[in-house]
Ligand binder design. Sequence first.
Ligand code: F6P
Length: 550
Amino acid sequence: MNADGRTRLNQTPEWTALAKHREELGEVRLRELFAADAGRGARYTLQVGDLHIDYSKHLVTDETLRLLRELAAATDVFGLRDAMFRGEKINTTEDRAVLHTALRAPREAVVEVDGENVVPGVHAVLDKMAGFAERVRSGAWTGHTGKRIKNVVNIGIGGSDLGPAMAYEVLRSFTDRDLTVRFVSNVDGADLHEATRDLDAAETLFIIASKTFTTIETITNATSARNWLLGELKADQDAVAKHFVALSTNAEKVADFGIDTANMFEFWDWVGGRYSYDSAIGLSLMIAIGPDRFREMLDGFRIVDEHFRTAPAEANVPLLLGLLGIWYGNFHDAQSHAVLPYSHYLSKFTAYLQQLDMESNGKYVGRDGREVDWQTGPVVWGTPGTNGQHAYYQLIHQGTKLIPADFIGFVEPVAEMSDGLKAQHDLLMANFFAQTQALAFGKTPEEVRAEGVPEELVAHKTFKGDHPTTTILARELTPSVLGQLIALYEHKVFVQGAVWNIDSFDQWGVELGKVLAKRVEPALTDGAEVPGLDASTKALVTKYRELRGR
Ligand code: F6P
């Protein structure tokens, strides 16, 4: 029994039933499941907004899905979901509401935190962002010397970088191509150096994105950017106002840094960093694509929010995807989950999902404060196809690990490409469809032999198949579709955290490294004696100082 009165997850009858079912199913053969059910391919599909979801190539039967939904019911996933949408403080370790869904709520909606409706504030910030974005895009906002802004550099890290950086790539064909938009996150000076070395400071706007405005990497880079700008312009502090804006919850720290709080775009502690790019954190994106496209993206988020909130369990896509992940992670010992987009524009999509998923569900302590004794969040990884096919797909096809994967593809190539390049799209998508087919159904030894392959190579050329995939297909990659995809993954992660009984909205695990880095730094610079430094790290620090000639 848990401290919160709940039965331990892996002692519930629903969990036990799934474990028994898994045993009874044994080796699931997708060839057999499809042969036994001609309608499977059509039946195991769902639609949410513009997203067509095919889950027929999963190692599941109707009974598996029923048992998984029972587990969701027993763990009250929908109860927690409703509490989240209502603004209850479900992030218990930080005593915070979790309301990224309010960031895309319509103007007339009412969502209360501590008795206050937060929706008017959300729209006030969106309107302020829109006004500012239009001024930058039109040239009305000029730099200190009166020059028009042509370059935007977002400085932030984690959730204050990955979301806008990813979305800027995804929506590149919707961006103002006369603007250069760059993202600096790494405290390695090389990042800022490369981002600014060819820019005219007089035409450059820095957006300092930090929820807390205390993150050392961001504040260090922001300080260096300020020094660079003032040095290049040979100007004093006054120049900062026209070249620096802040996105933060912390007005005091923003003012301390020297940014006019009139140029601060606010968000709130009920928005987690990794759930924040549709808040003020998306300002760089809004400048790039314009406020109307940004709002279309928010509409896309909202479509999936509404679906998650209202669709019954059997038709609820985030619930389904979350439960499938649990099926593999907890009942098939899968350790990782691949996300494989067949779109060059989604090159940073999986990196974004890594924070969303792994920072949310990489926890071994449950909401009740006890260690869990079941697997939680998977390792999320992947890069765009078809590049991955020529790199690591070998292991997915013939390795010894089970790697469930999401394949994401689009029917239409991006509109602005030439007809010649658009013609390549069918080849891209042929790969997309062929891969999930090969992964699911493989190639039997008989099929290999029938091709005349010598006997000693038959085993090598055989593909066992039964590698599970979800196919997510949309007609076009639009701002709305991006919003739909992100909301889909946000809620999938939510479902899994709810079942595993962990707080998906804190991130205490990143603290220790931060504290130790602060402690170690003086040892590197001044050779200071750091109390409590272990022998290995101490020797490495000595080596570092020696090689740096200190
Ligand atoms: O260290 C992890 C983290 O707190 C993330 O959760 C967050 O997105 C990132 O750092 C950046 O934080 P901030 O926006 O406060 O600078």
